[in-house]
Design a protein around this ligand. Structure first.
Ligand SMILES: [Zn+2]
Length: 206
């Protein structure tokens, strides 16, 4: 199968995952192979969702694992989807497409998400629900600009997100973010991430 064909099918599957019609087998009934089969019949044949997707999309195990990585992002996006995000992003698919292309570093302090994943997986911190992932952050938070939208959102680490209340503008937060950047530097001494100076030079319109 051509790579492009896989991409088209994957895109469709991602969309269906986002709107929640894949997890409960509904999508499978739409495919010729599984048409008119009940969920019980599909299950009876010993097919797990994983096997079905691999077979149906003609994927290798590693291609499927790539999809599983995306699946974690899908689950995260689903968990963050809410009425107030619908106002700015319009659809969950648009929200997902925005999310996956965002740089996976904190917009305020520059810490990369992969380091946070390790840090917050430590036994004393792993019970904490937040931390492993960068969080969806509104840059402008005052008056009518307090919206979730492509132009007003970025990804921020748990510590920055917690510290920056709606009271502090992103420009003023730079002083605090420098401190948080230095804090992360002490935790990840071998890692070469830089402070996102250019973020503070951008002009988010109010
Ligand atoms: Zn941060």
């Amino acid at each position: 199968m051509l790579r492009r064909e896989i991409d088209i099918k994957k895109e469709r599957l991602i969309k269906m995952k986002l709107i929640g019609s894949l997890d409960n087998y509904k999508i499978l009934n739409k495919e010729p192979e599984f048409k008119n089969k009940t969920i019980a019949e599909i299950k009876q044949r010993g097919n797990t969702i994983k096997k079905i997707i691999i077979k149906h999309l003609n994927l290798t195990e590693s291609e499927f694992n790539e999809f599983e990585n995306e699946n974690q992002d899908i689950q995260y996006v689903k968990s963050r989807w809410s009425k107030d995000k619908e106002k700015g992003f319009k659809t969950i698919t648009k929200f997902y497409k925005w999310y996956i292309v965002q740089p996976k570093t904190c917009c305020y302090c520059g810490v990369p998400e992969n380091l946070l994943k390790n840090y917050f997986s430590k036994p004393n911190l792993s019970k904490r629900k937040r931390g492993k992932r960068l969080e969806i952050e509104r840059i402008l938070t005052h008056d009518d600009n307090n919206v979730y939208s492509e132009s007003n959102c970025s990804l921020a680490c748990y510590v920055c997100n917690n510290a920056k209340s709606d009271l502090i503008t992103y420009k003023d937060f730079k002083h605090i973010a420098l401190g948080i950047h230095n804090f992360w530097k002490t935790k990840f001494q071998d890692d070469n991430f830089t402070f996102p100076e250019s973020f503070y030079n951008k002009n988010y319109k109010s």
